[in-house]
Design a protein around this ligand. Sequence first.
Ligand code: HDE
Length: 695
Amino acid sequence: MADPKTPEPQAVTGNAGELHQTASTPETRLTTNHGMPISDDQNSLKGGRRGPTLLEDFVLREKIQHFDHERIPERIVHARGSAAHGFFELTESLAEFTRAKVLTEVGKKTDVFTRFSTVAGGAGSIDTPRDVRGFAVKMYTVEGNWDLVGNNIPVFFIQDAIKFPDLVHAVKMEADRGYPQAASAHDTFWDFVGLMPETTHMIMWAMSDRTIPRSLRMIEGFGVNTFRLLNDKDEATFVKFHWRPKLGTQSTCWDEAVKIAGADPDYHRRDLYESIAAGDFPEWEFGVQLISQKQADALPFDILDATKLIPEEMIPIRVVGRMVLNRNPDNFFAETEQSAFLPTNMPPGVDVSEDPLLQGRLFSYQDTQLSRLGSVNFHQLPINQPKGCPFQNFQRDGHMQTQVFAGRANYEPNSLAEAGEPGGPREDPKGGFRSFAQPVEETKVRLRAETFADHYTQARLFFRSQTEIEQAHLASALVFELSKVTLDHVRVRVLANVQNVDEALAKRVAAGLNVDLPKKAAAAVAPEDMKPSPALRIVGKYPDTLKGRAVGILVTDGADGAVVAAVRKAVEAEGAAVKIIAPKIGGVTLKDGKALPADGQLAGTPSVLFDAVALVLSEAGCAELLGESAAVDFAANAFVHLKAIAHTAEAQPLLDKAGVKPDAGVVDLAQGADAFVKPARTRQWDREPKVRILA
Ligand code: HDE
């Protein structure tokens, strides 16, 4: 018989008992979404101790129902992203060109929220595929939000927004089989590319090391589309926006990126989060290329064509500000996931151009939020609200309205103020947003301007501006991607197009695939040779520094603590982070009997996660590691990924087993830890031809 009395509260049963914590004040106690205090969050309401759960249990139902609906649709592109808060500071006024306060008030700090992303993969995909990176900055200015929604590459695949759904369908996982995830190396993408020669310039960038960045802190950002600045007199100047990382633009090796994907799928997200948490704040310079109508008319390509860039050597970048990211989000979903970036968010004094790609974007971003965030009121979410100024108008109601509008004034014009009632806000003809008075009279047409027809000149400019190392990587990336293509005719068409870029490149790729070189594709406009632009390189351009990088020190029992300390000191003095890796997470006992805790266990912390490594081993420790493939891989991968390797003499047998050959980047620590620092600052490019057959 059941006990007719209400049983004593028995909130927790079993092992959880020890952890059970209760609260009795309104401030600390757990409630339902409607504020009702909850007495028991461990057990559902059952018909008897071992009986079925009752439908009556509305506490359980509310909790489960909310959980069931936790996910919202991910972004159709750029789904995988990581973000941070910070500030933008203007260092030079652009008052001559714009009336936007954010670009004229020198020294003023404007709050920003910046989200980096990959393009093709889903929200849970890896951080290191070969892919373009999104670089979206929301500046909470005193004249409304300014969203600069850019990429880490200055050009785009297509010229007209009407092709965007096709491009994205082609690159995402194939429709019937649902793979590959976060990869462009498959038939449908290259089919689209081969049939759309306008993609060629962007393909050169996409196959360069730019799309396998070392860190989100080490990527450039570009507004891509041409915008306008408008000054007090409504005079317009074309503008291209640039972000340049203080740490330099740096990339991984392809083989390394692939292995990082397994070792740490969150590599970039973790790196951003940890560096900000450690107070090592990433920073970018903000620059503009200002182009008058006259200069634009003189350019050998159309300023409205997003597949073209303006070489810095033609029109320099003027650095006028900086951005520092100094605070991690408190909540990933509320901030990073719910942030909505809109190219239509611009302060008065900034305006769009007629670039047909940008024109389509002006519709798309606002529209997509409806299916993603589910309500026209997505601008009221804290992360999306303007913070630098009030926002007010006569738009009302809708799903999830959170604002409580008092009074009757929900239309305009109204004269309610004459009766002493609030009449609401009014337009500001002087301070408000005004579009540039661009003349537009012409016949309606669906066509591409002839000025957009040259698809190869700038692709050639990019390829020929690269260093030999980068050209070899680019050619090898093309070989890799086209090797994953299963349809011969798709490969052939791409190779025919690449011939227009550079015949030697096409030959290298064909040789790398072991296929015949097809006839050159007909070009709508024959490519021309432009003067190479060294600014388009990465290698040789980034600062010679270990700052912001990470060094891994592999240790064993019996290792010399003084050597570990010396390496740590030398590396930290350069601004790099140090991690101790040991065969077991509990750490090691050093030669002097002291314990050294580990930051990572060897099998889970491979050398791909570091920019340079040191092997501080004892003789016995090394002998033991010869039987541990993770240790052999640690050294072998560091070597083939062109990293500096410092080592104690006792580590030599492991280096031999891993195939590590002596060169300038392999440093015996008997020379002192400082000898390691210089090679650690860069990759050992001279080593590459000895460890890899590149195209
Ligand atoms: Fe986007 N893009 N895009 N895009 N884009 C989106 O908007 C779109 C383009 C970029 O961190 C979507 O809110 C069209 C160029 C970034 O939340 C969507 C076209 C550039 C992000 C959309 C382009 C970008 C997006 C999906 C061709 C570099 C992520 C979710 C006309 C300048 C922003 C969303 C974030 C996101 C449309 C081309 C950058 C569907 C139609 C060019 C960084 O609206």
